[in-house]
Write a protein that binds this ligand. Structure first.
Ligand code: NOJ
Length: 733
């Protein structure tokens, strides 16, 4: 929990009283390492030139071999840098030494990094992990990541990302907990507890950074950085709650998003930053911009120039400028000209120093050699957790005639380039892993002692090798085809207008199926895909996402039946890309989707997703019965019998949804309120009970007020958001 003691607060104030204006503004400046060398264009442009083909790779490598890395040591010494991005303990100690020993006031640096789903030990990407519906797991992976990164001096994670995302075209769906507000809120809270919860030693915790505040996931048409517009009620009901939950759980920092919201970029948005976050929610921590976002306010057309952008950002409550140097260049003049009140600078500096104080950086600025070496070899416990998280994130989408699990002594043709790519298991936004720690699916087959031969055949890009394909189809008794997307196809700046299987992979599946052997498709991807064709033709489909360093072992456990699949979808899978955005919790139309002509549907894709939110099969089956909803005063007590009707053990995620039937604004057809796990042996039955607080049945109106309205509610319980038992109840508040 982010909270300072009175003594710490007094120390911050005392320090503040000794700071010059420049030093205060210096705290508001965040630098990252820059590459400098004998080239005429900025480094970013060099990268652009490499990416768009203007600069050949050999030429680029030649330039880089003479380039130098600048960590802004001189500015640190002058007290003009408050935070930096660094990845290793040696550099960290060097820079921290300059800040603490050589700057006038000895203020330590905050060191931030994108540690999104693990540091050295990379866990499943967030959209996969969210599908475990296990808050303890969310917390455990975060806590281990915090320890690993802090051993290198990184004391600030640019995580968790808690953007509700309902459009699978947006590449960043991979980084967040999916489409549902309630699941995202629980995920957010658990991550804060994991990252910040263990304050027994400064080695054990970091400052979390909630991002991207706010509505970044609502970018129009799923195109990254695009505009977002919505009514206040939608903002309050859908996009703000995960942030609020995490602020209430004690998150220390928040990052504003790139997008504009209703015409005002979130970087300079007084409503979301000053009024809601710092005002209504009384957020005590600091706010950082996203990278270069203050400068981009000129591109948005909301600021005339960099000076204007800096003034607007500071006044809106943006405490730290990530990467543009606009604050350091312009804010002093802005204060002198009366454009930014000194109180704004004081407030920002106080918030920043407070986070540093809370992190223990003033007492423990350095990393010891033993700490720096502690995770050099990944500890068994971290690997075991990565494997467990991986196994439990896998979602079984289809399993015709019980094709899975496979008998690993059968002859298996393992197909697909992705199966052997160690560097593809970690997913987007993983920065600090080592290839030598990564277990590919092929490695997993080896470790499990499977009887297989490997045929690369084709990947998400490039051609299909017909000869290999024929061999693969002929050799195995069963074929496992690993298909999907490369890591680079999801994550930031990776939106797609077509989310079917890329490249020749559909053709690969068609041809393998034509050989007549059973085919199981293993998907590796960072977003929901449009799999209508595959769902009809491929007998078994296992969604494996990007599961982190233990991916291959996790996949082998589930594929060969050592563990039953347990994961559920945190995001609906559309039938066709054109259905995006698609999500279960939609408001009803006057003409709900149906078979009739004049209903809300697509002529060519209906109105329902292919696989809904919360969906995921097991190797066994679960039956639901005996739903009971009781009014117990402040709560509704909801009970249901869940029975394992198959012949294997399994774990079911029991989901509870509600619907407010008639209200003063149109309410969603279903909203997740709670969930519970039931581990059941074959034939076993358990009565699962969940409680819904009645005051959790309200909603925000367009004035941002939370209202509770008496009336009829429907309670739904089931194993996914579509297939549920239901019961009506009259609720009075
Ligand atoms: C841009 C991304 O939007 C954000 O998620 C990330 O934390 C920053 N860059 C810093 O790398």
């Amino acid at each position: 929990m982010y909270r300072l003691t009175d003594a710490q607060r007094a120390r911050v104030r005392e320090l503040l009283s000794r700071m010059t204006l420049e030093e205060k503004i210096g705290q508001m400046n965040q630098e990252s390492m820059s590459i400098v060398g004998g080239f005429d264009v900025p480094f970013e442009e060099l990268i652009e030139m490499l990416t768009d083909g203007r600069l050949p790779k050999e030429e680029f490598d030649k330039i880089m071999s003479t380039a130098k890395t600048d960590y802004h040591e001189d500015e640190v010494r002058e007290g003009l840098v408050g935070s930096l991005m660094v990845q290793d303990a040696e550099k960290y100690n060097e820079l921290q030494h300059i800040a603490v020993e050589e700057s006038r006031l000895g203020i330590p640096l905050l060191i931030g990094l994108d540690v999104i789903h693990g540091f050295r030990t990379v866990y499943p990407i967030a959209i996969a992990e969210a599908g475990t519906f296990d808050e303890k797991l969310f917390q455990r992976t975060a806590a281990m990541a915090a320890k690993e990164s802090r051993s290198q001096g990184i004391n600030w994670h640019f995580a968790p990302m808690v953007d509700v995302a309902r459009d699978a075209r947006w590449g960043r769906v991979s980084e967040g907990p999916g489409e549902d507000t309630r699941l995202a809120s629980r995920f957010a809270r658990a991550k804060i507890q994991g990252l910040q919860g263990d304050m027994s030693s400064p080695e054990n915790y970091v400052a979390a950074c909630l991002k991207h505040y706010v509505a970044y996931g609502a970018c129009e048409s799923g195109r990254d950085y695009n505009t977002a517009s919505m009514a206040p009620a939608q903002l309050y009901n859908v996009y703000l709650p995960p942030f609020r939950a995490a602020v209430e759980a004690g998150a220390a920092t928040v990052m504003a998003s790139f997008n504009d919201l209703n015409g005002v970029p979130c970087t300079v948005n007084r409503l979301t930053l000053r009024q809601i976050l710092k005002g209504e929610w009384k957020f005590p921590g600091l706010v950082v911009s996203d990278a270069n976002a203050i400068r981009e306010c000129v591109n948005h057309g909301i600021a005339a120039d960099q000076y204007d952008a800096g003034v607007q950002a500071a006044n809106a409550g943006m405490d730290i400028d990530m990467g543009t140097r606009i604050y350091i260049k312009e804010l002093k003049r802005a204060v002198e000209e009366g454009k930014v009140p000194l109180s704004v600078i004081d407030e920002a500096a106080e918030r920043i120093l407070s986070v540093k104080m809370w992190l223990g950086l003033f007492e423990h600025p350095y990393v010891s050699p033993e700490l720096a070496a502690r995770y050099e070899t990944l500890p068994e416990a971290h690997l075991a957790l990565a494997r467990e998280a991986g196994e439990r994130s896998i979602v079984l989408l289809k399993n015709e005639n019980g094709l899975l699990p496979l008998d690993k002594s059968k002859k298996i043709s393992l197909v697909g380039k992705l199966a052997a790519e160690r560097t593809e298991v970690v997913g987007a936004w993983a920065l600090s892993w080592r290839e030598s720690d990564c277990v590919s699916i092929q490695d997993g087959f080896d470790n499990a002692g499977a009887n297989y031969r490997y045929f690369p055949c084709c990947g998400p890009e490039g051609e299909l090798d017909q000869a290999q394909l024929e061999e693969a189809a002929a050799w195995g008794d069963v074929i496992v085809a690993v298909v999907g997307e490369t890591t680079a196809m999801s994550g930031e700046a990776s939106s797609k207008a077509d989310i079917t299987l890329p490249g020749k992979q559909r053709e690969l599946l068609e041809k393998l199926l034509a050989g007549g052997k059973p085919v199981a498709a293993l998907l590796m991807n960072g977003r929901p895909l449009a799999l209508e064709w595959e769902s009809v033709h491929v007998p078994a489909i296992l969604e494996c996402w990007h599961l982190g360093v233990q991916m291959g072992n996790a996949v082998a456990s589930v594929l060969f039946g050592d563990r039953a699949p347990e994961g559920k979808l945190a995001s609906s899978f559309p039938r066709m890309t054109g259905q995006c955005p698609i999500y279960y919790s939609h408001p009803n139309t006057g003409r709900p989707g149906g078979k009739g002509k004049f209903t809300s549907r697509y002529l060519d894709a209906g109105w329902e997703p292919l696989y809904p939110f919360g969906y995921g099969l097991s190797y066994t089956e679960f039956a639901y019965d005996g739903l009971e909803v009781k009014d117990a005063g402040d709560t509704l007590m909801v009970s249901v019998d869940v029975r394992n009707t198959g012949s294997r053990p399994g774990v079911e995620t029991v989901q509870l949804y509600t619907r407010d039937v008639t209200a003063s604004i149109v309410r969603p057809v279903k909203e997740l309120k709670d969930f519970a796990k039931a581990a059941l042996a074959p034939g076993e039955q358990k009565r699962v009970t969940m409680a819904v607080q009645k005051n959790d049945l309200g909603f925000f109106n367009d004035a941002g007020q939370y209202v509770l309205e008496d009336g009829k509610f429907i309670v739904y319980v089931g194993g996914n958001s579509r297939d549920c038992l239901s019961q009506e109840i009259e609720v009075t508040f």
